[in-house]
Design a protein around this ligand. Structure first.
Ligand SMILES: NC(=O)C1=CN([C@@H]2O[C@H](COP(=O)(O)OP(=O)(O)OC[C@H]3O[C@@H](n4cnc5c(N)ncnc54)[C@H](O)[C@@H]3O)[C@@H](O)[C@H]2O)C=CC1
Ligand SMILES: O=C(O)C(=O)Cc1ccc(O)cc1
Length: 293
């Protein structure tokens, strides 16, 4: 599909894209572009055979590149677009993997005036709490969803070709607006991560923390795995989508308040109803949507 794929930010997500693109024969060459201070991680990517070459020089990285995927934390996107601007090539396809889309589109607009028509914002709904190229997996995107959020000005050919790229590395591709993406992901990903950070942080501060972690059962293990996600990445995501996240935090606080009241009043049937509603909501959800996993 491509002569040379350039990944900017060769960590968990970028490394997994590079591995999968290579395994599926989607490009002749994969290279990484990063900062001087990321060189040890990029050298590791080279040693592991995830990429063919690594660059800290943008001009050299862009020469001969016909597809660029930006896989850095969302707070760095404006700096990346600024770095790419002098070398922006109308023949090259550009995408990203950021967990928020409104902030990425805004960053592109701030740098280019308008979002370039050959940039197709994307978000693979697949990942893990781990970071860095060592954590990259060739099958990370297999049978997982990926959302593309093209704008009305995005080139249809670019959307088709990048959609095919994502599909060929295993993703089930959906297309939606930037706004809808950020509303949905605030509820399904951003709020749950905040809840995990808050709960594990609160319990971790308690004296009996050793006991809590020692006897952690399934539910808490899941929370604590999520709470070990990268703080820089999540700081960027939460700030970038705070207009969607804050109202959800407020609704969640009200929900907790209702449960607290039911407990204070020993209201068993109220608790049963609240828990049954949630259980049935999940069941309805599973029946309505095919889970690609
Ligand atoms: N970790 C996950 O489960 C998922 C993450 N994402 C998104 O993918 C992106 C990457 O996440 P991960 O791969 O998990 O992070 P990571 O920390 O494993 O990799 C990010 C890479 O970007 C580099 N980097 C950071 N700032 C940079 C800059 N200004 N210029 C050049 N390189 C820079 C880092 O050195 C690192 O190599 C983020 O935008 C994140 O929101 C999307 C889906 C899932
Ligand atoms: O580790 C997990 O359970 C995740 O939820 C991974 C994840 C993190 C960020 C995303 O934007 C998408 C997926």
């Amino acid at each position: 599909m491509f002569e040379r794929l350039c990944i900017i930010g060769i960590g968990l997500i970028g490394g997994s894209i590079a591995k999968a693109a290579r395994a599926e024969g989607l490009c002749q060459q994969v290279v990484a572009l990063g900062r001087e201070k990321n060189l040890p991680n990029m050298q590791r990517a080279l040693e592991l055979g995830v990429v063919d070459a690594v660059y800290t020089d943008t001009a050299r990285a862009m020469a001969g590149t016909d597809c660029v995927i930006i896989c850095t934390p969302v707070g760095s996107m404006q700096a990346i677009f600024t770095q790419l601007k002098p070398y922006w090539n109308p023949q090259t396809l550009y995408s990203d993997a950021g967990s928020t889309k409104g902030s990425v589109v805004e960053a592109a607009r701030a740098v280019f005036g308008d979002v370039p028509s050959n940039f197709v914002p994307a978000h693979p709904i697949a990942g893990a709490e781990r970071s860095g190229v060592e954590a990259a997996k060739v099958d990370l995107y297999k049978n997982r969803r990926l959302i593309m959020t093209p704008l009305s000005s995005t080139d249809a050919g670019a959307v088709d070709k990048l959609g095919e790229f994502w599909r060929r590395i295993g993703s089930s591709v959906s297309v939606m607006t930037v706004e809808h993406h950020d509303t949905v992901l605030a509820a399904t990903s951003h709020l749950p991560h905040i809840l995990a950070f808050a709960l594990v942080g609160m319990l971790g501060r308690k004296d009996e923390q050793r006991e809590i972690f020692k006897y952690a059962a399934g539910g808490f293990k899941d929370f604590s795995r999520i709470a070990s996600s990268d703080p820089t990445m999540w700081q960027d995501i939460c700030l970038a989508n705070k207009q969607e996240i804050i109202p959800l935090i407020q609704q969640f606080q009200a929900e907790l308040g209702r449960i607290e009241q039911l407990l204070l009043r020993d209201n068993a049937s109220g608790l049963f109803d609240a828990f049954s509603y949630a259980k049935q909501a999940r069941q309805r959800f599973l029946e309505t949507f095919d889970d690609p996993t």
